[in-house]
Design a protein around this ligand. Structure first.
Ligand SMILES: Nc1ncnc2c1ncn2[C@@H]1O[C@H](COP(=O)(O)OP(=O)(O)OP(=O)(O)O)[C@@H](O)[C@H]1O
Ligand SMILES: [Mg+2]
Length: 250
């Protein structure tokens, strides 16, 4: 396999109160891979993700993006790693849906027709065209989640990291998000989905990493780890001999 695009090596983060939110995390993300990161509340999933693009700096160990440290080369690398936060309102800046999608690519120096087409195609992909002029804060939770994803994808990141992307989405919302993500993955997009709701997507994962108490304790193909889900606080969707292929909401 080629060099991992994102690599966590013995990463640990200690809060000011002395608590280690994550510790000794070793995890690689390969180009074009669909990785699922699962684990119970408080396991350290969000904190780990914040290390991916330098939003958090490790207290110990290192994070490498194609061999470079995103903390040190933040400006250059950050936009190559697209983070969609667990709470999308944390990343909304602009006062209209269209402007929000344009914000990232504009910052990367994209202008004119290319910018217009990126905005239009992402509005369309996420069913937001009719809402283009609305204030992002007036959107429903699910619409806002789609907007957050659209605005990150408009930057054409190398890796897309999604923190609990299915939260607040209704059944058709999950289905449509899943089909977009699977389509992107089929086109070669690297994706990491953080979720404790693995039953919605397990069938499609190339690999699953399971976290517990601040560390990644298991990783492997879905079939290899499925029996260890429940000891990591995650419901096993294949309980009762349900085949792995059915662990999807597509
Ligand atoms: N400022 C802080 N000081 C001390 N501990 C903190 C602080 N912020 C977060 N933590 C702790 O860090 C741990 C990891 O939190 P994190 O948000 O990464 O969990 P998570 O796996 O994303 O959980 P969830 O599924 O609930 O989103 C938790 O135990 C949390 O209480
Ligand atoms: Mg979290």
């Amino acid at each position: 396999m080629d060099q991992p695009i994102l690599r966590f090596r013995d990463v640990g983060y200690r809060f000011s109160d002395g608590f280690w939110g994550i510790r000794r995390v070793n995890l690689d993300l390969h180009r074009g891979e669909l990785l699922l990161l699962a684990g119970p509340n408080g396991a350290g999933k969000t904190l780990l993700m914040r290390h991916a693009n330098g939003l958090a700096r490790p207290t110990e160990g290192e994070v490498l993006y194609c061999g470079e440290n995103p903390g040190k080369a933040a400006g250059k690398i950050r936009y190559r790693i697209g983070l969609v936060f667990q709470h999308p309102e944390e990343q909304i800046i602009e006062d209209s849906v269209a402007a929000e999608i344009a914000f990232g690519p504009e910052n990367l120096g994209i202008r004119g027709d290319k910018l217009k087409s990126l905005v239009e195609s992402n509005l369309e992909l996420f069913g937001l065209t009719k809402l283009a002029d609305r204030h992002p804060m007036s959107l429903s939770g699910g619409e806002r989640r789609r907007l957050a994803l659209a605005s990150v994808l408009a930057m054409e990141p190398e890796i897309l990291l999604l923190d609990e992307p299915f939260m607040e989405l209704d059944y058709p919302g999950v289905q449509s998000l899943l089909s977009i993500l699977l389509q992107l993955h089929a086109e070669g997009q690297g994706i990491c989905i953080i979720t404790h709701d693995v039953g919605k997507v397990l069938a499609h994962g190339d690999r699953v990493a399971l976290m517990k108490n601040g560390t990644v304790s298991v990783s492997g193909k879905p079939a290899e780890i499925v029996d260890q889900l429940e000891e990591h606080g995650v419901r096993n969707p294949c309980r009762g001999d349900i085949p792995l292929e059915q662990a999807t909401w597509r």
